[in-house]
Design a protein. Sequence first.
Length: 656
Amino acid sequence: MGFQETLTYLYGLDRFGMKLGLDNIRALLSRLGNPEDGLRFVHVAGTNGKGSVCAFLDSILRNSGYRVGLYTSPHLVRFNERIKVSGSEIPDADVVRLTEEIRPHAEVLAEKNKARHPTFFEFTTAMALRYFLEQKVDAVVLEVGLGGRLDATNIVLPEVAVITRLGYEHTEHLGRTIVRIAKEKAGIIKEGTATWTIEQPGLEAIDERCRELRAPLRLVGRDLTVSRQPLGTDGQRLLFTGSRSWDYRISLLGTYQAENAALAFGAVQELRSLGWRISETGVRKGFLKARWPARLQLYGRYPAVVLDSTHTTEGAEKLRESIEELFPKRRVHLVIGLLSDKDLAGIASHLSPPCSTVIATQPRTERAYPAERVARAFGAVNSVRIANPVEDAVEQAISMATPADVVLITGSLYTAGEASLHLEAWWKRCALEVIRRLKKMYLPGDFKTAELDSALGKIAREREDPFVVLVSTVISQRTTDTTTEAVAGQLFARFSSPGELASAPPEVLEDLIKPANFYKTKARAIKNIALRIHNDYNDVVPEDMKSLCQLPLVGRKTANCVRVYGYGIPSIPVDVHCHRIPNRIGIIRTKDERATEEALKSLLPKEHWLEINELFVRHGQTTCLPIRPNCASCKLADMCEYNLSRMQIAQENVSA
Ligand code: SF4
């Protein structure tokens, strides 16, 4: 089977419906050798916030050095999102292989009784567990699919259980009162297993189950409290207080993320008490780096384009609170599409007040409300439109928004998934537009290349020798382009091959490169580099990133320079300009140059990788200066966050 055929088979398992009960999954896993027995779990149930708690736990454990399997559902765009190891989705080939391996077992179970055929969720749960065992993960963060007691994931014995905030969802299966729903979720609690939850309605049912099973119950709100300080669209600062105080930052937006983070932190403390080595740095980095798509996910800031997937009444109330806090007094254009089993009136009552426009839409599923029905529910809003498909609705909202407005896209995961694909493409178009305009700004004829071109580019073009590029790049570290050029010229006039440089007396090398900063360290490094290339690589500079980065004073940026300018391999050498400018414009949001390289690579097609360094260097040296950039003469001014935010602040000052 190919990948598409495999997906068709897997989605076809939907015809076996949703079976609440553990007999099927037990039988299937037993035929597969019970992979769950070789794994350690954190099990997460609840109505709201499960995914975010899982994202925090996954990130914290990974940043503490654990290899983590993450199983979540449903997916937003691709099936593979459901099963991740160390942050990477399961490859297509493994989905195909595991489906072929598990399918005969599923069919044997169904031979005598068709009703025993595993469902889609049972099948994929078995696939995930088998994959995690193969991948030798140290820990699995496992999200319940529906409820808890009878959910297919409930065959595990976790180290700690987490129950997030409860709400009214799937009441036809779980019960119509919060206590009944709580009882179902409490089904994941096992004998003696510590359980973290929140002080909330329905708690008595969780408490009762914990008492029955002598499972210690810990509460956010009693054993651990959390207070938050919003940091605008940069995230939030959280202060936890328990046996002592802890101060962390998270990047996820939304007032409700504070209690999700507290639950994750509670679970981490529990794991620590069981002997897991979870470092303080791991927790800090894990909180900061945790991402969860389509939960107040920010695409742009001017206008702010926010992708969300709220589809419950409680969620809508929290979403409104978060939007009002993040973007006070800004006009909101809402794009919304919902499934027909949702409380449309309840959601509309919470989301109508902050909106100046509503664009009702209908995602591509028979289960969705018609857009007209959604539009009617938002009758209280002045301007209500209908646009199908979701992509058109998003496009309309973005085109009507001024830089000061907010475009909020929310509703079912189907709506979010369709919007997400469209926004990814839109974002890539924005990045390409930046490149297009920069190329127009810096036509060769308009530009005094000889004066302004980067020294590295010039040297490389003149010599085109990877060894020259490598040594010149080392010299250029913390040294001006003019000095680099002069020093490299002197050095190569005297020693032109790795062999010659390797046997050069150190004091001669130091003397030749003396005008460069840190010349003694660099002279030593150059000699060692030359020695390694002469002895280990037969005088040929290696092309691959790993070998290059093993040379003294060679990091990714230097290695990329060699690959680009020495070998013409598409890559992105990220220097200060290449990091500063796209972050200022807002097409990426990265903390360091390595992350910038990765972000730019995923944003731009390969054919532009070679030129973007040059373009950003030129722009950084002439217009987008580190201090006092010349925005008035910049052709990117109308799409640059840095400039638009300055204009917005100026406007606010005037109106104040
Ligand atoms: S508008 Fe200003 S900050 Fe933005 S890229 Fe241009 S010069 Fe740089």
